[in-house]
Design a binder for this molecule. Structure first.
Ligand code: HEC
Length: 133
């Protein structure tokens, strides 16, 4: 019995499934949880906090409403700098479907987030994380 309990707990952790509702903080809604999980794909290359360091990709703090290719001190490709894009829910959504198609020649080595539901949750999560102080 005890062993079974431990096993199922570790299965929860391994598969990232939700913990029982009673253990959740009220602000922890399902979309944010999904967004956070999808963001794991971005985290190795991007930070979101104010003054976060650039990694392989630029820091994304304040990305909504910002012109593409303008984070201080990051070396972007010319296609991103010259794109004339302002990042919004819509443009980030299109970018993330398949970055290579949206701005051919950019240097973000990332295939994309194919599922619309995942992108939606990710964008909601990004909005929160990139505007936090
Ligand atoms: C392998 C590293 C890598 C991964 C993974 C990655 N990115 Fe990027 N990202 C980059 C690089 C590099 C650039 C700059 C592209 C350029 O200049 O051509 C970039 C640029 C961006 C930009 C434009 C930034 C600006 O200031 O104009 C956004 C938005 C972005 N990434 C979001 C994401 C999101 C969201 C994810 C996860 C779904 C993600 N990226 C995954 C490396 C990555």
């Amino acid at each position: 019995m005890k062993l079974f309990g431990m096993l199922s707990l570790s299965a929860l952790v391994v598969f990232g499934l939700s913990v029982p509702a009673a253990a959740q903080a009220p602000a922890d809604d399902p979309q944010m949880k999904l967004g956070k999980r999808v963001y794991l794909m971005c985290r190795s290359c991007h930070s979101t906090e104010a003054d976060g360091r650039h990694k392989v990709g630029p820091n994304l703090h304040g990305i909504f409403g910002r012109k593409a290719g303008t984070a201080d001190g990051f070396k972007y490709s010319d296609v991103v700098i010259k794109s004339g894009i302002t990042w919004s829910e819509e443009t980030i959504n299109e970018w993330l479907v398949k970055p290579k198609n949206f701005l051919p020649g950019n240097k973000m080595a990332f295939a994309g987030v194919p599922k619309e539901e995942d992108r939606k949750a990710l964008i909601a999560y990004l909005k929160q994380e990139t505007s936090a102080k």
